[in-house]
Design a protein around this ligand. Structure first.
Ligand code: NAD
Length: 480
């Protein structure tokens, strides 16, 4: 049973007040299919109330704080998150089905985002611009006003950290709509923000359905910026709704990210990354590496070593903390099983094993397909499950052509000892992040993140996010 809850899960936070909704939604534990909690089914009216509360906060106490004062509050939130890391990890493990150690890493990352953006809040500067005689020209970075944050279920804490953290650092007031499948750590985080002294209305949290609450937030005329992470289909709907109000959006929509392994690669260093990047969080990761491109000379060796690693992968309940937990839901499991069926013409190199997994959990065996052609649906479409395909290639040119031949462009990894090739590939691969002889770089909060093509646009994380969550004003003073 979930013991770590220290708040009422069926409430939403609007203008500093915790309220119940007119109706509730059931929240399930994906590890065994049991009912975990009832959560608020926030309505379009609740979203309007939250946006109004955010406007009031912008015009009131929150809007009057200096950048340094905002930074102090964010830093304090980070400290309080660290104090509750174990509770947050347990809540997330039950809610998302994430193995406990992975859930704990997300809670630590949330704290780190708050520390980073707390420190950065008073360090984004404008500039002075040399201009005509008699003028002094300078620029100011200002908050958008009210920012909307629509987030998915796969990494709630990390995505809250990177988007709400940066938005608050710039002085925006936020309305957060967590995913209906997993929203408990969003509520826990909001409680922690209150304890740390975040003024009322600076952060509002309204759980609810995407169709009603999410759409109401995306199309709200009093929101000045939307940050969305999720599917391509929903991202396009959000962009369209925000477009009606000419509101900028940041879209982070997933990918089909490759790792390119050349004959001269250090396989001992590469192997853990090749596998983990595909199966972490049961493959439900936007930057999951679902395609492994292997040069012919080492193809059999890499396939055999990855297959051996797959045979040792265990799948079980989140609290048992194995390599892989369940998927988020029966619906996600059905989507992934559909993809596995599309691979019935392919050869399976290896699969993992279920271990003490309850019958009603949303479990799928991690599956490694070999000798896959670059145009196969499993090599083209985002699966969002623990499935990887191995694609052989002969030359560097062929590897680049295969790597760039999907609709996505989020991240890519290169494994080679050849420095000139590293530099060539870093330029020619279409992706928002390139990793050389590593993959993910430890997920650093400091590293700007986002994609091109159907992976979305705009950048979150790092200092770069502060530009996205602010607007630039140019002041030209004529003094003769
Ligand atoms: P989704 O994109 O529909 O949901 C993400 C968020 O958007 C949730 O908070 C949801 O309530 C909200 N939403 C849904 N419809 C909306 C609408 N019309 N207007 C505004 N907000 C809306 O994703 P999903 O259905 O949960 O998952 C389906 C697929 O999406 C997955 O299989 C995966 O491929 C992809 N996905 C990607 C990411 C990522 O990190 N990029 C995360 C989750 C899902």
């Amino acid at each position: 049973m979930l013991d770590a809850l220290w708040f009422n899960p069926n409430e939403m936070l609007i203008g500093g007040t915790w309220k119940t909704a007119v109706s509730n939604l059931p929240l399930f534990n994906p590890s065994d299919g049991s009912l975990l909690a009832e959560i608020a089914n926030g309505s379009a009216i609740n979203i309007d109330e939250a946006v109004t509360a955010a406007q009031v906060a912008r015009n009131g106490k929150w809007g009057q704080l200096s950048a340094t004062e905002r930074g102090r509050i964010l830093t304090k939130i980070g400290q309080k998150v660290l104090e509750r890391v174990d509770d947050l990890a347990e809540i997330e493990a039950y809610d998302v089905g994430k193995p406990l150690a992975q859930a704990r890493a997300d809670a630590v990352a949330l704290a780190r985002y708050m520390e980073f953006y707390g420190g950065a809040a008073d360090k984004l500067m404008g500039e002075t611009i040399p201009y005509l005689n008699g003028y002094t020209v300078y620029t100011l970075r200002e908050p958008h006003g009210v920012t909307g944050h629509i987030i998915p279920w796969n990494y709630p804490m990390q995505i809250i950290g990177r988007s709400v953290g940066a938005a608050l650092a710039m002085g925006n007031a936020c309305v957060l709509k967590p995913a209906e499948e997993a929203c408990l750590t969003a509520l826990a985080f909001a409680r922690i923000c209150g304890e740390a002294g975040l003024p009322d209305g600076a952060l509002n949290v309204v759980p609810g359905s995407g169709i009603e609450a999410g759409a109401a937030l995306a199309g709200n005329p009093n929101v000045q910026h939307i940050s969305f992470t999720g599917s391509v289909h929903t991202g396009a709907l959000v962009q369209r709704a925000a477009g009606v109000n000419v509101v900028p959006v940041t879209l982070e929509l997933g990918g089909k990210s490759p790792q390119l392994v050349f004959n001269d690669a250090n396989l001992t260093a590469a192997l853990p990354f090749l596998v983990n990047a595909g199966i972490q969080n049961a493959g439900q990761t936007c930057s999951a590496s679902s395609r492994i491109l292997i040069q012919r000379g080492i193809y059999n060796s890499v396939r055999d070593r990855m297959a051996e690693a797959y045979c040792n992968l265990t799948v079980g309940p989140a609290m048992a903390d194995m390599h892989i937990g369940p998927l988020i839901s029966e619906r996600q499991k059905a989507l992934v099983l559909e993809f596995l069926a599309k691979g019935s013409d392919l050869t399976i190199a290896a699969q993992g094993k279920l271990h003490d997994a309850p019958n009603n959990g949303a479990y799928v065996l991690p599956t490694l397909f070999e000798n896959v052609t670059a145009d196969h649906p499993l090599a083209q479409d985002e699966i969002f499950g623990p499935v990887q395909v191995l694609i052989p290639f002969e030359t560097e040119e062929e590897a680049v052509a295969i790597a760039n031949n999907t609709d996505y462009g989020l991240v890519a990894g290169i494994w080679t000892a050849d420095g000139a090739r590293q530099m060539r590939l870093a330029k020619s691969l279409r992706a928002g992040q390139i990793f050389i002889n590593n993959y993910g770089a430890g997920g650093g909060v400091e590293l700007p993140f986002g994609g091109i093509g159907k992976s979305g646009h705009g950048r979150e994380k790092g200092f770069e996010a502060l530009y996205g969550f602010s607007t630039l004003k140019t002041i030209a003073a004529h003094h003769g």
